[in-house]
Design a protein around this ligand. Structure first.
Ligand code: URA
Length: 470
């Protein structure tokens, strides 16, 4: 008797004990405890499940397969897995290579279905913002086909470590309070708000990346099956986007290609702020910062700049060579590229708060040159003190994270840009949006790749502007 549907520890201990006691699969009936069983036969498990000692070895890959298959919804899975374990334990050494074996084939099919469901959960969980007693919590409703919530909780913890969230499903709920994960019973969709500003963000984002010239309805519905649509805010935009696609393509064909506007003057000084504003005070204090060793070889602290009520905050990695000398963020080659991309995306730099995760230039001297060196996690953590003040004071609607260092500083975890770029990420009090660092574009050796990546970068900035205006 297993404690619940994905009682991996219970199943594994029982299977081991049964196999070591030579209990054949035909003699075992597997079941999952229901709430009424709690009061019925309390000692069933101890009486029927032997716990002998002894060596028990089965291939590691089979254990991995079992760990996945146990999440499948099919009630027969426990018995099927025990039959496979039993056979391996009795000496079928190459069982896993016999892919046409009916039992192994069935288990592989179940594992595949679990993996597909996992992929969909990771892609289609959409959090809504709920404010309770002044505290923000993010709640998502998802209907998995299999019992995948427990095994996926760690993924969502890593990805959304800095927020407090709950994922509700019909059979189980998972909660993260910023420190630990807990699981509760299944829930119902009424506990999740219907619409919120994040939903609006998703619709804006999806509409902006939707390319009518590339519309392939069958590919779209296979990647984003209709069964998930009711929980995807962006799905509400799909019928209208499909309907209007033809007309938009015709209009694209007829519109002459216009060149991008010339970048406006590179950087204008942000409007002077009263010197006793919290940001101005933080800037003055940061000038004397000794929170890590980077201050020593650097010329000066490069604090953020821009309006204290900016709706967009852009965060880069660290001050570079030019910034170190000028005392202002993003004024060197990467900054010029950023200015150009912003102008093309219709963003006025003077309306954006621009800063860096690390406020001192980290470099290695090479002759007369100072070669950029990546800040490490300790330096990023030390400088978060200042970044947190800037974020709290500016409280931007959209926080654009330029590259992996900025993403790590704000999201508190390692981020693979290619995996997480271009989609809204809920962030307490703001929406984060990850994209590449402009210096990455400068480093691309091949012209075609540079043009392609630059266009994608401008598209990201455009979406950020839309989100900020939504
Ligand atoms: N790169 C950054 O990340 N920030 C700057 O300010 C300049 C270059």
């Amino acid at each position: 008797m297993l404690a619940h549907e994905v009682d991996w520890g219970g199943w594994r201990d029982a299977a081991r004990g049964l196999a070591l006691s030579d209990v054949s699969p035909d003699e075992v009936v597997w079941s999952v405890r229901t709430s009424s069983d709690l009061f019925a036969d309390a000692d069933t498990e101890d009486v029927r499940t032997p716990r002998p000692g002894g060596a028990f070895t089965v291939p590691r890959a089979l254990v991995g397969l079992a760990e996945t298959v146990i999440q499948a919804r099919e009630p027969e899975r426990f018995a099927l897995l025990y039959r496979l374990i039993w056979r391996a334990h009795r000496g079928e050494k190459h069982l896993l290579e016999q892919t046409t074996d009916p039992e192994l084939h069935r288990a592989n099919r179940m594992a595949q279905a679990v993996r597909r469901d996992t992929h969909k959960m990771r892609a289609f969980v959409r959090f809504r913002e709920v404010v309770e007693n002044g505290a923000t919590r993010y709640v998502a409703w998802f209907e998995p086909s299999h019992f995948i919530v427990e095994a996926n909780a760690a993924f969502f913890v890593r990805r959304f470590a800095t927020m407090t969230w709950s994922i509700l499903t019909p059979y189980r709920s998972a909660h993260w309070n910023g420190v630990e994960t807990s699981f509760g019973p299944g829930a119902n969709p009424a506990e999740v708000p219907d619409d919120d500003c994040l939903a609006e963000y998703w619709r804006t984002y999806f509409s902006s990346i939707f390319n009518p010239a590339r519309l392939k309805i069958s590919a779209m519905t296979s990647e984003m099956p209709r069964k998930y649509w009711k929980n995807l805010p962006e799905a509400a935009a799909i019928p209208e986007l499909i309907r209007a696609a033809r007309g938009r393509v015709d209009a694209m064909v007829e519109t002459p290609v216009i060149s991008a506007p010339k970048p406006t003057r590179r950087f204008e000084q942000a409007a002077p702020r009263p010197s006793n504003s919290p940001l101005a005070r933080a800037k003055a204090e940061a000038a004397e910062c000794r929170r890590c060793h980077l201050w020593e070889p650097a010329t000066q602290t490069v604090f953020g700049e821009g309006p204290p009520d900016a709706s967009i905050m852009m965060i880069g990695e660290q001050a570079g060579d030019h910034e170190d000398l000028a005392g202002r963020p993003f004024v060197g080659p990467a900054g010029q590229l950023l200015d150009r991309a912003m102008a093309e995306a219709g963003i006025d730099r003077t309306q954006v708060y621009v800063t860096n995760a690390v406020k001192h230039f980290k470099f290695e001297p090479r002759g007369k040159r100072r070669i950029h060196a990546r800040p490490d996690t300790g330096e990023i953590a030390a400088c978060r003190f200042w970044l947190d003040i800037e974020r709290a004071e500016v409280a931007p609607k959209v926080t654009l994270l330029l590259g992996a260092t900025a993403a790590r500083a704000v999201l508190g975890r390692a981020v693979t840009i290619s995996r997480e770029r271009s989609r809204p990420i809920p962030l307490a009090g703001s929406t984060a949006f990850v994209t590449v660092h402009p210096a990455y574009l400068l480093r691309l050796p091949d012209e075609a790749a540079r043009a392609r990546e630059y266009a994608a970068f401008v598209a990201d900035l455009r979406v950020a502007a839309l989100l900020a205006a939504a």
